[in-house]
Design a protein around this ligand. Structure first.
Ligand code: SDX
Length: 441
């Protein structure tokens, strides 16, 4: 089947496909968004032509309409609600960006105060939930705890499960954004055998998180403002990213009308993979294995070897074929954090900088347009701040919860609600007779 040139009919843009098998011609509408590639509307393809489109991994498939985030991968541009990520990272803060992702506009002073207060009022978790942690081994991966505990929130907050009720949808949203830092810090405290630290609503969202993570009852704790700002910036950079694997997971779970806590738990599970949000932890593990600048060529060669499963973690991206703008901001932030902590000579940071320099000069990475992504530098910053690498993906899940929920709301707000149900190209056996046990070889 060949696609002929786009034909413009009187009042709309269409593309005509011709099936060479039966010379069948069919016109499909081409739809435009605000900016970015047009889309071919194939919604009626199966009904009209008994044909499926075929796109494993969804490399060329728009799964939805969305007004939240726009990425131009070729140019390395990322916008949320029309604002460039670089401006949001330097001028805004995570609470304001969360509000904007959810409601479409940056909040005014009244809206900001109300939203921040709503979040603070929900920062505690049910005391009963604390016992949940005792069911885990102390060496459980914190992401395993996050998947379990966040999913279990639906067993506690029965007044915010009904997705048809806008008030309950809003309450669940506030609860999830508010409780993710508390649940995450509890997972860390549980792992190191220290007592859980209750939220402190006198602090900012990130200041409170740092206190729940690193304070102990025996000592006073005041968050370092430079680190507080660095974490807030890291949260802004991780808040949303179009229809990535975990966001698509949340949308698909939400399309079955699962409750919001179950949907976010599904997103956390998907984010955990090292090809996705788990890459920040994998980058640090990779840098530790490389160990020395002398060994970089050995690992670059492994990354280029098609027979070697090794990949340069923190490099490459399905959409960015240019430098991930978030990685640029994190690289600068790393310098500031390491300077503030007086660890400028952080060997892993030096190793990462050298690895990036060598890779970006290598023909393989240039030809395949493999650049550092958001995960390449984030771990360096987090480790310097004292976060264990097992907490890095948790630090991705906390801010991404605001993005997942904004996409979940957008999906539920669509005029036509349809459960997501992809089809397949079947390559298995055709019908065959059953073979009784005594006839099998
Ligand atoms: C995130 O989607 C998002 O928006 C995700 C995210 C978000 O904010 O939600 O941005 C967060 O997940 C960032 C990505 C984190 N993952 C990693 O850093 C893991 C390492 N990177 C890769 O595994 C890979 O680049 C992916 C998974 C990120 C993207 O893979 P694609 O788009 O499916 O590309 P591909 O696997 O088809 O690779 C294309 C080619 C292949 O070579 P050929 O088969 O064409 O010869 O590039 C090669 C790959 O082998 N390649 C790499 C590589 N990444 C791709 N080779 C070496 N090292 C790498 N890192």
């Amino acid at each position: 089947m060949t696609a002929s040139d786009k034909t413009k009919s009187a009042n709309k843009n269409t593309i005509t496909i011709i099936n060479n098998k039966n010379n069948q011609r069919h016109e499909l509408d081409i739809l435009s968004g605000t900016v970015g590639p047009d889309v071919i509307d194939v919604r009626k393809l199966y009904h009209d032509l008994n044909l499926f489109t075929y796109d494993p991994g969804y490399t060329s498939t728009a799964s939805c309409d969305s007004a939240i985030t726009y990425i131009d991968g070729e140019k390395g541009i990322l916008m949320h609600r029309g604002y460039l990520i670089e401006e949001l990272a330097s001028e805004s803060d995570f609470m304001d960006v969360s509000y904007m992702l959810l409601f479409g506009e940056l909040p005014n002073a009244r809206q900001q105060k109300r939203f921040n207060t709503e979040i603070k009022m929900q920062s505690l978790v049910d005391e009963q939930l604390m016992r949940f942690y005792n069911g885990f081994r102390r060496d459980a991966h914190p992401m395993a705890i996050m998947v379990g505990v966040v999913g279990a929130l639906s067993a506690f907050y029965h007044d915010s499960l009904d997705i048809s009720d806008p008030k309950q949808r809003h309450l669940a949203t506030i609860r999830l954004i508010a409780k993710m830092p508390t649940i995450a810090a509890m997972a860390y405290k549980y792992a190191i055998g220290q007592p859980f630290v209750y939220p402190d609503n006198s602090l900012s969202y990130t200041g409170n998180f740092l206190k729940m993570m690193f304070s102990v009852p025996a000592e006073d704790y005041i968050p370092n403002p430079v680190l507080e700002r660095a974490i807030d910036c890291l949260f802004v950079l991780h808040a949303d990213h179009e229809q990535n694997a975990s966001t698509s997971t949340v949308r698909l779970a939400g399309s079955s009308q699962a409750n919001p806590f179950a949907c976010i738990a599904a997103g956390i599970a998907s984010l955990w993979g090292p090809a996705h949000g788990g890459a920040n932890e994998a980058v640090l593990n990779m840098l530790k294995v490389i160990g020395d600048k002398e060994r970089i060529p050995e690992f670059i060669a492994k990354a280029k070897d098609r027979n070697d499963p090794f990949r340069l973690m923190g490099f490459g991206h399905r959409v960015y074929k240019n430098y991930d703008p978030r990685a640029k901001v994190l690289k600068e932030s790393a310098h500031a954090v390491l300077k503030e902590l007086g660890v400028e000579d952080q060997p892993l940071f030096e190793l990462a900088l050298e690895l990036e320099r060598i890779a970006l000069e290598d023909e393989y990475f240039i030809k395949k347009k493999l650049f550092p992504n958001v995960d390449f530098y984030s771990g360096i910053i987090l480790q310097a701040m004292g976060f264990p690498s097992s907490m890095f993906t948790v630090m991705f899940a906390i801010p991404r919860t605001a993005g997942w929920l904004s996409q979940w709301h957008e999906m539920l707000g669509e005029s036509v609600q349809k459960i997501g149900r992809p089809r397949q190209r079947y390559t298995g056996k055709d019908h065959r007779k059953f073979v009784p046990k005594d006839k099998r070889v």
